[in-house]
Design a protein around this ligand. Structure first.
Ligand SMILES: Cc1ncc(COP(=O)(O)O)c(C=O)c1O
Length: 369
């Protein structure tokens, strides 16, 4: 089938580009002697997770328990659930713990530690636990500079109902950067804070089996990972406009696009209507901190076109100059590079895998919580 035959909007994955991105991150991890445990929430498919892993590095990272179950059923055996656990999820987590060779959870609240220990005591199980660390993003995690955080790790390591695995962070503030030099600085901060915290724990007799970091921008720009054992980037399989805008990839490395149809011309307003709205692109604003005009993606090969407004199923395109309507007849197709491919992918029940102008495969991601 040819791309032109697809019903729009459709989520397209450029297969050669995807394979190149997957290989590039494997090579970076190998060269730097860290284990790659990719975050699969970006795509939530078995096909891509298989490409990303290997016999030597079989582990993956997920963001929901439903994802963990989906991958367990697909044969994956080593999973980190990288969202802080809560007491109401422990019985589902215990089921996964029983069915997987390795299942890691994380927490940063003393109350949650108590709940995990109480559950373990009652049901005779020991969860593998990471202490979640805040390396500057301030979304979640303990402050590694505080003595209380060392004491917290000590309580985890000393617990008879927990296997203390180590420390884990996500440098999400790398997305606030404007260029590669700034990302390098965040990558060094992420690496150094974690390595130093692990050293402090070691001095206090607490061993970390795993020191885990990861975001796509820092994974792309870290000069090295001295003192780190594991990286967990996810977005790199597709990249997107955001990553290109802040300099973590080049525009031509983006593997995901949304195929859309030009629905109507409105010369009086210098506008075109497309069938990709918020439910095809997401309302992610992209790198809005860069101070550029907000757009909801960029049209591949037509940088002058601006997707300036979206509602549920409608998208509107304009340009600074009069639109060349004759180049984009009603019924013609455009391919949009999304602002944030993880959120865009999550809107589609199917992905179309393409090579040049051919649709070569169709993949079904998992959905739900
Ligand atoms: C805990 C955690 N680890 C890893 C990642 C992967 O980072 P990225 O999406 O930048 O590849 C994320 C993404 O949000 C995350 O929340």
């Amino acid at each position: 089938m040819k791309i032109e035959e697809l019903k729009t909007p459709a989520f397209l994955i450029d297969l050669p580009r995807l394979k190149a991105n997957v290989q590039m991150m494997k090579a970076r991890a190998q060269k730097n002697s860290v284990t790659l445990r990719p975050h699969v929430k970006t795509h939530k498919t078995v096909e891509i997770a298989k490409m990303q892993t290997s016999a030597e590095a079989p582990g993956i990272t997920v963001s929901t328990l439903a994802e963990a179950r989906f991958y367990q059923k697909a044969g994956f055996n080593d999973i980190t659930y990288a969202f802080p656990i809560t007491a109401n999820k422990l019985s589902e987590a215990a089921g996964l713990n029983a069915d997987l060779q390795v299942f890691n959870i994380l927490l940063d609240q003393p109350q949650t530690q108590s709940a995990v220990e109480a559950y373990g005591r009652q049901h005779g199980i020991k969860f593998n636990v990471f202490l979640k660390v805040d390396c500057g993003y301030h979304r979640a995690g303990v402050d590694p500079s505080k003595p209380e955080s060392v004491q917290f790790a000590h309580r985890l390591a000393a617990s008879g109902f927990i296997v203390f695995k180590g420390i884990l962070t996500h440098a999400g503030h790398s997305y606030h950067c404007s260029n590669p030099a700034e990302i390098v600085a965040v990558a060094k901060q992420e690496r150094d804070l974690m390595a130093q915290f692990a050293d402090r724990l070691q001095e206090n007799g607490i061993a970390c089996e795993s020191i885990s970091v990861g975001s796509t921008p820092t994974a792309m720009h870290a000069p090295d990972w001295q003192g780190v054992t594991e990286i967990r980037p996810g977005n790199y399989v597709f990249f997107d406009k955001f990553q290109a805008d802040i300099g973590s990839c080049r525009r031509q490395e983006v593997a995901a696009t949304v195929l859309t149809t030009v629905v109507a011309h409105y010369p009086a307003h210098n506008q075109m209507l497309i069938d990709a709205g918020a439910l095809a692109l997401s309302k992610d604003l992209g790198a809005d901190h860069l101070g550029r005009e907000i757009v909801f993606g960029t049209v591949r090969n037509h940088p002058q076109l601006r997707i300036f407004s979206i509602s549920q199923e409608h998208g509107l395109i304009t340009a600074n100059d009069p639109l060349a309507f004759e180049k984009h007849p009603v019924g013609s197709l455009l391919r949009i590079i999304p602002n944030h491919s993880c959120l865009t992918a999550a809107l589609f029940p199917k992905y179309h895998v393409v090579d040049e102008d051919q649709v070569v495969d169709e993949w079904t991601p998992m959905r739900g919580w």
